[in-house]
Structures are given as structure tokens and as C-alpha cells.
Design a protein around this ligand. Structure first.
Ligand code: RP5
Length: 164
């Protein structure tokens, strides 16, 4: 299976980005994590993107806050799918990062998840890898099944408590 590169603009993003690792560990998806910044380490970010395909990556996740250009800067240097996670940081509650990540010019897409939406970034990356991996696709269906079971249990619990 191809690996996922999980990039974050700062280690201060780790409390959110860590949720990606939990999902990947559960699904058995190989990944590498790096701190790299579009603004503070632009050469390193560019090199990671340029070399990602030959280094065995199939998808890149890029998380950043504030003027969040990391996902876009990565997408500018690779045609691998790039998923952006806008991180809530600074004074604008993540809206700044959301708009910076999502508003890409045509031809250079970044699939942007919700502010701090690390879990969905992980599941979307898994879905992309599952296009060529039936076993992973089955695992994703099982995850959906667990989500469904959990909601049905919560509904039953609520009904038992309130619906007299
Ligand atoms: C962004 O600036 C990072 O992704 C982080 O969300 C934010 C703040 O970074 P630090 O000042 O905490 O390193 O580039």
C-alpha cells in the first residue's frame, strides 16, 4: 500500500493532527509525519512535495493554521491528491486557515476538510487508497457500520430515558 505524508505547519498543530495517526493506526495505513511550513521552511516543503511520488506516497495531508498556505504550496509541486486541514489557531477561529486552504485557483486542487477536521482528512485519504485496495475498502465499510451502531445505540438510550 502507498504511504500517506502527514505534514503540519507547526508542532503546535499536533493535538489536532494526532487524530489522523489514530485513524491510520486503526486501518493499518502506513504514514510519515513531518513539520514543514510554507512560510518558515519553503524549500523543505517544496522538496517534500516534489519527491513525494518517488518516495512511495499516494496521498498528502497538509495541516496549517492562520494564513495557511501549506496545502496549496504542496499541491503546487505535485499531482498527488492533497487534503488540507485548516487548523483553528490565532484570533480568527480558523476561518483564516479555512479560506486560505480552500480557495485554490483552478488546476491546483486541495480537498479541504472542516476546520480541525483531522478525522475526515484521514478517512478521505483512506478512501483514495482504497480505490486500489479491497481489504482497506472493507475496513472502511466496517468503520461506517460501527458509526451506525453507535448512533442507533444513542437513539435507543435517549428513547429509553425520555420517550415515556
Ligand atoms: C501555522 O501557524 C501553523 O500551522 C500553526 O497552526 C500556526 C502557529 O504556529 P506556531 O507559532 O505555533 O509555530 O503556520
Amino acid at each position: 500500500m502507498k504511504k500517506v505524508a502527514v505534514l503540519m505547519g507547526s508542532d503546535s498543530d499536533l493535538p489536532v493532527v494526532g487524530k489522523v495517526f489514530s485513524v491510520f493506526d486503526e486501518l493499518g495505513i502506513p504514514y510519515e509525519a513531518h513539520v514543514c511550513s510554507a512560510h518558515r521552511t519553503p524549500e523543505e516543503a517544496r522538496a517534500l512535495a516534489l519527491n513525494a511520488k518517488k518516495n512511495g506516497f499516494g496521498v498528502i495531508i497538509a495541516a496549517a493554521g492562520m494564513a495557511a498556505h501549506l496545502a496549496g504550496a504542496i499541491a503546487a509541486n505535485t499531482a498527488l491528491p492533497v487534503i488540507g486541514i485548516p487548523i483553528k489557531s490565532g484570533g480568527l477561529g480558523g476561518i483564516d486557515a479555512l479560506l486560505s486552504t480552500v480557495q485554490m485557483p483552478s488546476g491546483i486542487p486541495v480537498a479541504t476538510v472542516a476546520i480541525d477536521g483531522a478525522k475526515n482528512a484521514a478517512y478521505l485519504a483512506a478512501e483514495i487508497l482504497a480505490l486500489s485496495d479491497e481489504g482497506l475498502y472493507e475496513k472502511l465499510l466496517q468503520c461506517r457500520g460501527k458509526e451506525k451502531k453507535s448512533v442507533l445505540e444513542k437513539d435507543a438510550h435517549l428513547a429509553e430515558k425520555y420517550n415515556k
